[in-house]
Write a new protein. Structure first.
Lengths: 355, 270, 281
């Protein structure tokens, strides 16, 4: 492992252990206040944990468990940080912003500017070299900020929701740029957007309440989520319970029949989850004939547009499930919040796997 | 900007204007009354008399020196107060700001017992061959004592509103703390530093009580313009009024400079 | 933040404005009967009137007196109130020129006791007095040195020695002009390290040990007994400061004002003043 990190900070109920292989990009997902930025702050040296150790390549970032408590200051860590706001220095033009890192680490003015031009070109921002940050749009500024971070030649690039402050037109372009420049680099990207995880990350870490609740290859996490948060990101309904022959049984006795994933070889009695997309649910009024296996009486809590569908959120008494139906179907059924309906889930579309 | 303001709702009750104009008059009327008393026929000779020119020159020189000293000492102080985290920080801030509310004469007495011949440091300084009492250095010290809080308050505010996120980013880009200070922090708070320096200069220029108590009053050495005015008042009221007007003009120029800066900055921000 | 500066400015401006008003009023008064001409009347008439304090005197008066008179006048005011039950003497002490300016600007004073004839003559010129001023005391300079006399000063000439830090009053104020007069008559030139605007400031520098010696009045040394040491010098007689007193014209209680002046110029007053170090007028 070329980066290992383990730290705890009791004041923020933070306790995580993260490691990265060479050239690996990891996405950190989690609700607000889960400790994502705290993690980046500790790696960058802006925040000091109570205990823990971290090593980045040859550099020991900190070791608070031993006797001497070495603590490497931020400027000697090689961990450039890119935040939600570009935070370009307002008194410097784009070129000098990008040249800041090389200049600070001893490059001559000329060499630093040369490097800056190179990195501005890498992020398609050469045209803005002479502009002050106040003359740049959010997306342009963020691309310059990416160039600035890269020009510092960090061993580990830390990205803290780099797309969050951008409008929907600017985000795709930055995402493309990031995809290009992150290739072959160690990076940790904190994000709310599942698209970032898909496009940019090799691996995903899901954090909640200062702890890692789930981690693994991006594809697996998003297709087979185990945490409600990851399921929400992946747009899947997630129900947890005990694995039975049919599927899973929830603690209150509801049975969700589904397909056991052969890759995981679930054992009956084991804790497991059932995941299914909203499109796998049909909505019926009154009793359903033919007695399908997964039929649940629910109360509609919310109706909202979702793409060209209507998303129906409903409460089973234990779980909140989402179903996507066409607007025409919704109108035919006369759905309104508070109405009691039946959700029928196609068992073939329910994946059951161990938690 | 004004045009914009006159079109939008301001929500100020009418009577506020009445009270505000009384407040304005309280400041403006005495100034006007003084201008009315100026002996214009004699004005030029009065303000260009040798003692007046000497006093004005000394005032400008000492105020400049104390402003520089305020910057040299005040910038680190403001940084420590705004960014540092240590026990007694609040107490330190309170103490540093004390000269703002202290009668200057009290400051003069305190300085006397510090740098005076019999003072805390004065004795050692005297042994080292440095005599501060009755020297221009004493004037600069007195002015710095009263003006320093203006710079510190102004700069600390600027530092706090600038936040430290730029500095954090600069550090992760590999910049040492000194580089961050020089290339990021100071450029960011330059407007605050400038207005703090202007206020310090203005305060130094007007300094009277501490100087009189601590430095004495000797033409060309310690008698700054306010002391000259105070003395002229005893015998030559015309001269005192004329010199007061000069001081008002200099103060207005200095404050106007600072206000103008702020306005143009706001304009740029819009 | 600016208010600080502004406040100082306003203070200066108001002071300046008042001072300038003084010359405006003073100019049209054509008769310049100098206070010096009335000085002969001072002591001769004083003894007789001191006993004329009748029991029908009552009410308040306000006495404006030079700062150097603080101790003896406070004493005399108590005495006056004790002798004349029902009377109330309010004292206001400040520099003579400030007091003269205040009276010209309409301050409600009944009696004015000045530390010099110059400021009294401003009121004479402005025709604000009731009757001619009477001289009631005199004061001469003395060398004040810090306790122990670190620079071993024993004469006026010692003040001119190199290395001796001397503080005097600026020539613009009475104690300074007296010092200048002594310098002139003795042919000695002092090189003061500071020319202060008031006796208090000179004393402050001597008391704190900043200065080796200062020129102040005998009475100032008396009043600060213990904190400074006084060294009389014969050349002081070249500059005797005379203190005149007068009733102010628009006094509402002329009888009381006259009675107070009588007390000051009478035996009791002279005794108290002499105890405080003042000389005969």
């Amino acid at each position: 492992m070329s980066f290992t990190f383990k730290a705890a900070l009791s004041a923020r109920k933070f306790d995580m252990s993260v490691s990265l292989a060479d050239a690996e990009t990891v996405a950190v997902l989690g609700p607000n206040g889960a400790g994502k930025s705290t993690l980046l702050g500790m790696i960058a040296g802006l925040l000091r944990p109570d205990s823990g150790t971290a090593v980045l390549g040859e550099r020991r970032l900190f070791d608070l468990d031993g006797g001497t408590h070495p603590w490497r200051p931020p400027h000697l860590r090689g961990t450039a940080l890119l935040a939600q706001d570009s935070l370009l220095f307002p008194h410097l033009d784009a070129l000098d912003n990008v040249a800041f890192g090389p200049r600070s680490t001893g490059a001559s003015r000329k060499a630093a500017r040369e490097a800056a031009r190179h990195w501005l070109a890498e992020v398609d921002a050469s045209a803005f070299a002479d502009r002050k940050p106040s003359q740049l749009s959010g997306g342009q500024a963020q691309r310059v900020a990416v160039a600035r971070a890269l020009a510092a030649e960090p061993e580990l690039l830390l990205l803290d929701e780099p797309m969050a402050a951008l409008d929907i037109h600017a985000a795709p372009m930055l995402r493309r740029v990031l995809k290009r420049v992150l290739r072959g680099r160690k990076a940790i990207i904190v994000t709310h957007d599942v698209l970032d995880a898909y496009m940019l990350a090799d691996r995903v870490i899901v954090v909640e309440n200062g702890r890692i609740v789930e981690e693994g290859p991006t594809r697996r996490i998003l297709e087979r989520p185990r945490s409600p948060f990851a399921a929400g990101l992946a747009g899947l309904n997630l129900v947890s319970g005990t694995i039975t022959g049919e599927g899973i049984t929830t603690p209150d006795g509801q049975v969700f029949a589904g397909q056991h994933d052969p890759a995981w070889l679930p054992q009956p009695g084991q804790a497991g989850v059932a995941a299914f997309p909203p499109s796998s649910i049909s909505v019926f009024l009154g009793d359903v004939h033919g007695s399908p296996r997964n039929s649940f009486a629910v109360t509609i809590t919310e109706l909202e547009p979702h793409g060209d569908q209507i998303r129906v959120r409903a409460d089973t008494g234990q779980h909140t499930l989402s179903a996507d139906i066409t607007p025409a179907a919704s109108a035919d059924l006369g759905l309104v919040p508070g109405m009691e309906v039946r959700f029928v889930v196609k068992a073939a579309l329910v994946s059951v796997y161990p938690a | 900007m004004n045009k914009h303001n006159s079109h939008s709702y301001h929500g100020i009750p009418g009577w506020i204007y009445a009270v505000a104009s009384i407040g304005g008059l309280l400041v403006i009327l005495p100034l006007a009354a003084m201008v009315a008393k100026v002996n214009w026929a004699q004005f030029i000779p009065l303000v260009t008399s040798e003692s007046a020119r000497t006093a004005l020159g000394l005032s400008l020189r000492t105020a400049t020196a104390s402003t520089l000293l305020c910057i040299v000492l005040g910038v680190p102080l403001a940084l420590v107060l705004a960014r540092g985290a240590f026990r007694g920080q609040r107490l330190l801030r309170a103490l540093v700001l004390l000269p703002l509310v202290l009668p200057p004469v009290v400051g003069g007495i305190a300085l006397l017992y510090t740098f005076g011949r019999q003072g805390l440091l004065g004795k050692s300084l005297e042994l080292a061959g440095i005599q501060i009492a009755f020297s221009t250095t004493a004037v600069v010290l007195a002015q710095t004592f009263v003006a320093l809080p203006f710079l510190v308050v102004s700069l600390e505010g600027a530092l706090r509103s600038a936040g430290h996120r730029y500095e954090a980013v600069a550090a992760t880009l590999g910049a040492r703390p000194t580089t961050v200070l020089r290339r990021v922090t100071l450029p960011l708070v330059l407007p605050g530093l400038a207005s703090g320096a202007v206020l310090s200069f203005a305060r130094s220029l007007g300094e009277f009580g501490a100087t009189l108590t601590f430095a004495g009053s000797l033409e060309g050495v310690t008698r700054t313009l306010p002391l000259e005015i105070y003395l002229q008042r005893e015998t030559d009221a015309d001269a005192a009024v004329a010199l007061s007007l000069v001081l008002v003009a200099v103060a207005m120029a200095v404050v106007g400079l600072s206000y103008g800066r702020r306005r143009s900055r706001q304009g740029a921000a819009l | 933040m600016i208010p600080h500066l502004k406040r100082n400015l306003v203070a200066l401006l108001v002071a300046g404005g008042l001072a300038s008003a003084l010359t405006g009023c003073g100019a049209p008064a054509g008769i310049s009967s100098s206070a010096g001409s009335s000085s002969s009347t001072g002591s001769s008439s004083s003894t007789g009137t001191s006993s004329s304090t009748g029991s029908q005197l009552d009410g308040p008066i306000t006495v404006f007196a030079a700062a150097s008179l603080k101790a003896p006048f406070t004493h005399l005011a108590h005495e006056f109130e004790a002798k004349n039950p029902g009377t109330k003497v309010t004292l206001s002490f400040a520099g003579s020129s400030d007091l003269a300016t205040q009276i010209i600007q309409g301050a409600p004073a009944d009696v004015f006791a000045s530390a010099d004839t110059k400021n009294m003559s401003k009121l004479v010129d402005a025709k604000l007095l009731d009757g001619a001023p009477r001289n009631f005391a005199s004061n001469v300079l003395e060398i004040a040195v810090p306790p122990g006399n670190p620079a071993s000063i024993s004469s006026f000439a010692d003040l001119a020695k190199p290395g001796v830090k001397v503080v005097v009053c600026a020539p613009q104020v009475p104690c300074g002009s007296a010092a200048a007069a002594v310098e002139k008559s003795t042919g000695t030139t002092l090189k003061p390290v500071s020319e202060e605007s008031s006796v208090t400031d000179v004393l402050g520098k001597v008391i704190s040990g900043e200065a080796d010696g200062g020129l102040v009045y005998v009475t100032d040394v008396e009043a600060n007994g213990g904190k400074v040491q006084g060294i009389p010098f014969p050349e002081a007689s070249k500059a005797v400061n005379t203190y005149p007193i007068a009733a102010v014209g628009n006094s509402k209680n002329k009888a009381l004002a006259a009675a107070f002046i009588a007390l000051v110029t009478g035996e009791t007053g002279q005794k108290v003043l002499s105890d405080a170090g003042f000389g005969a007028p």
